[in-house]
Design a protein around this ligand. Structure first.
Ligand code: 13P
Length: 249
């Protein structure tokens, strides 16, 4: 298999430690026989509990953001080293909610990605267009800028660890999934952009997920597309039953 599929949950700002305990305990047996990589990305406060509960299982744990500096005067922030010491292996970077509400830019996405890679974390780098951008036929240009920005000055040996998540902003939390064809077309284009940066062979090995209202009903069609290597799941990752169905598409 050239690219092992990867399904990751993005819990966003949901679940206390007690709720994490209940959800992860339900999830472990349901996904034990999954053929893809399984990741849950949780709020910082839930990470230690999630790591403790998933030890020895096939579930990996990720954070939802990371600061770019090694340490220092950055009140309220969390470094990559802090995450690694906890046993965290993945981190979502540049989610559209962070771009929209917290001033995330392509430059800060690049800095966070470099810091994550330097510490040994696997970055899940998010890109995607808004509805307005899609309607103005700007999807490709917008995403090319995000991809070029995120991967800037990252050498091939590091870049190969990155997972890209294509999340059209209009499909997030709206119940309005991109069609299989829309998702495939854009993800194929993203693979082309990666090929432009690192060569075709490299691009053919990089994993690219789809995200945006992915659920047990639409997962099979999306995963059947030749360029779609997995999913980044919001709402449906908060219910063990639903997430396990997505994982076992
Ligand atoms: P939903 O699955 O709730 O649409 O969220 C997608 C998402 O933003 C995952 O990062």
């Amino acid at each position: 298999m050239l690219r092992k599929p990867i399904i990751a949950g993005n819990w966003k700002m949901n679940n206390t430690i007690a709720e994490t305990e209940a959800l992860v305990k339900d999830l472990i047996p349901l996904v034990a026989d999954a053929k893809c990589d399984v990741v849950i990305c949780t709020p910082y406060t839930d990470l230690a509990k999630a790591v403790e509960l998933t030890k020895g299982t096939n579930i990996k744990v990720g954070a939802e953001n990371v600061h770019w500096a090694e340490k220092g005067a950055f009140t309220g922030e969390i470094s990559a080293k802090m995450l690694v010491e906890l046993g965290v292996e993945y981190v979502i970077i540049g989610h559209s909610e962070r771009r929209q509400y917290f001033g995330e830019t392509d430059a800060s996405v690049n800095m966070r990605t470099k810091a994550a890679l330097a510490a040994g974390l696997i970055p899940i780098v998010c890109v995607g267009e808004t509805l307005e951008q899609r309607e103005k036929n700007r999807t490709k240009a917008v995403i090319r800028k995000q991809i070029n920005g995120a991967f800037a000055d990252i050498p091939e040996e590091d870049a190969k660890k990155i997972v890209v998540a294509y999340e059209p902003v209009w499909a997030i939390g709206t119940g309005k999934t991109a069609t299989d064809e829309q998702a495939q077309e854009t993800i194929k284009n993203i693979r082309g952009m990666i090929a432009h940066l690192y060569g075709r062979k490299f691009a053919n090995r990089l994993r690219i997920q789809y995200g945006g209202s992915m659920n047990p009903k639409n997962v099979a069609g999306l995963m059947a597309q030749p360029d779609i290597d997995g999913g980044l799941i919001g709402g449906a990752s908060l219910k063990a039953e639903d997430f396990s169905k997505v994982v076992k598409y």
